[in-house]
Design a binder for this molecule. Structure first.
Ligand SMILES: Cc1ncc(C[n+]2csc(CCOP(=O)(O)OP(=O)(O)O)c2C)c(N)n1
Length: 461
């Protein structure tokens, strides 16, 4: 039994068992902070060291002279004190940041270095995403596309996480992460084609706008049912590990997504299978009209990672430098150590949930304005880039007018392009169309013949 336990268990709480970048992280952390209170927290006990670890707990030593139950998974100390674990710790898990609200580097930060070229590209892509959102949003309001959903306020999570990854890493998005695809080279024209659902859309117009996807960019197509992408990401990560690839799977979800069963199945599956997957949870305060206080009573998402035995960190999602550093490090852990990592990014959904929502009906305008102005992630990163002498007003004007022009052109082209023919609704899934789908197509064509005015004239029959 003991041998079995020894064989199965591994790893550590001591610094010398940690990968070098984490050991260095702990070294830079105040000695008064216990490793488990560090923002990047994890606890899996090694059974051989259990008794030594237990000596840290004086109650246990005094009460029972190191008596432990040798239980599968590691030794557990006995105690005579009946004590329930509290529903929360006294202190919330701290939030890692590298830049303060003014865009100044905070003291003693152990952020990953970002070059001038990288910083300028990150800032430019954040502005591109912001501009794309505001123009497509207006286009939807004009009735030219059926639906849209912005990432406003979450530009740093989108772009900085993408920047910290390699193109070989596989992305399984929720839906508020188009910036990752933008970073990977999906063009503004391709975004426009998808939103207009024309023949150039890779999905042939079968999906609602914003359900982007691209094989070429290792970006799974967005699927509406939330959190389904999490267990799928674990499977993808496990296959990367089996193939010996130096890449990981990265999946995104929102705070609302963390209440789905798939979130919990995904985390547990990843921990047990030791899959190289990075879970990035955008805790943006709201899941449509459900505020986080009604979503869960835990200290956010980060503690759930620890509960499943996963390295976890809470990061300021509006600080691009902190997001970049955390994702870069998480990727290294996932690939080198072949294990999952969870990142909780604290951010805010500044826009409405989608064009089908009016968020002023359920949240105060002051709250939205505060996050839009005082905690704006794009402005914060801009200040840092400017202070480094890497950006100026002329660059800003040029960038904004250039992106605007590109977008206007892309929209014009996408709007004029032909819609996919009716038959595309039925093909590409089966080699031979099954009889039930043949019947559906026949009935649809009959209905169109009967009611030609109700059928959109720009869709070829
Ligand atoms: C399984 C499932 N349940 C409900 C919905 C409806 N729905 C769409 S988005 C959403 C809120 C998700 O919020 P969150 O995960 O926090 O992401 P955010 O929109 O804030 O980025 C809900 C409930 C859905 N799409 N799928």
């Amino acid at each position: 039994m003991a041998t079995w336990l020894l064989g199965r268990s591994r790893i550590l709480t001591q610094k010398h068992h940690l990968p070098f970048f984490l050991a260095s992280f702990l070294k830079h952390t105040s000695p008064s902070i216990h490793p488990f209170q560090c923002p990047l927290s994890f606890s899996r006990y090694e059974s051989t060291k259990a008794e030594a670890q237990l000596e840290l707990d004086h109650d246990v030593v005094q009460d029972h002279h190191n008596q432990v139950i040798d239980f599968p998974g590691g030794k557990v100390a006995f105690t005579s004190e009946m004590r329930f674990i509290s529903d929360s710790t006294e202190k919330r898990v701290p939030c890692y940041r590298a830049l303060d609200d003014n865009g100044d580097l905070v003291k003693r930060t152990n952020n990953v270095q970002v070059s001038k070229e990288m910083a300028v590209k990150m800032y430019s892509e954040m502005v591109t995403l912001q501009t794309m959102d505001s123009i497509f949003y207006e286009v939807q309001r004009q009735g030219r596309i059926s639906f849209y959903l912005t990432s406003m306020g979450e530009e740093a999570v989108n772009i900085a996480s993408a920047a910290a990854l390699s193109p070989d890493d596989i992305i399984l998005p929720q839906y508020r992460e188009p910036g990752v695809l933008l970073w990977r080279g999906f063009t503004l024209q391709q975004f426009a084609h998808q939103c207009f659902g024309n023949t150039n859309d890779l999905g042939k117009g079968r999906q609602m706008p914003i359900h982007y996807g691209s094989n070429k960019h290792n970006y799974f197509t967005v699927s509406s049912p939330i959190a389904t992408q999490l267990p799928q990401a674990v499977g993808a990560a496990y296959s990367l590990k089996m193939d010996g690839k130096s890449a990981c799977a990265v999946t995104f979800c929102g705070d609302g997504g963390s209440s789905e069963g798939d979130f919990h199945a995904g985390l547990n599956f990843a921990a047990v299978m030791e899959a190289p997957v990075v879970f990035i949870c955008r805790n943006n305060g709201w899941a449509i009209s459900t505020r986080v206080e009604e979503q869960f009573r835990s200290d956010g998402i980060v503690v759930k990672g620890q509960a499943y035995g996963i390295w976890s960190i809470r990061v300021d999602g509006n600080d691009a430098l902190a997001v970049y550093s955390a994702v870069h490090t998480a990727r290294e852990i996932a690939i080198r150590e072949k294990r999952p990592v969870l990142i909780e990014a604290l951010t805010y959904r500044v826009g409405h949930h989608s064009t089908s929502d009016d968020s002023t009906k359920y949240r105060p305008i002051d709250e939205i304005e505060h996050w839009k102005m005082a905690r704006n992630p794009v402005n914060r990163f801009k200040r840092w880039v400017e202070r480094n002498g890497w950006w100026n007003d002329k660059d800003e004007l040029e960038l904004r007018s250039n992106i605007r022009k590109q977008l206007m052109h892309a929209i014009k082209v996408a709007e004029k392009a032909q819609k996919p023919p009716l038959e595309d609704m039925f093909n590409d899934v089966y080699d031979q169309l099954p009889s039930n789908l043949q019947e559906q197509e026949r009935l649809l064509r009959k209905t169109i013949e009967k009611h030609p005015k109700d059928y959109p004239s720009d869709v070829p029959l």
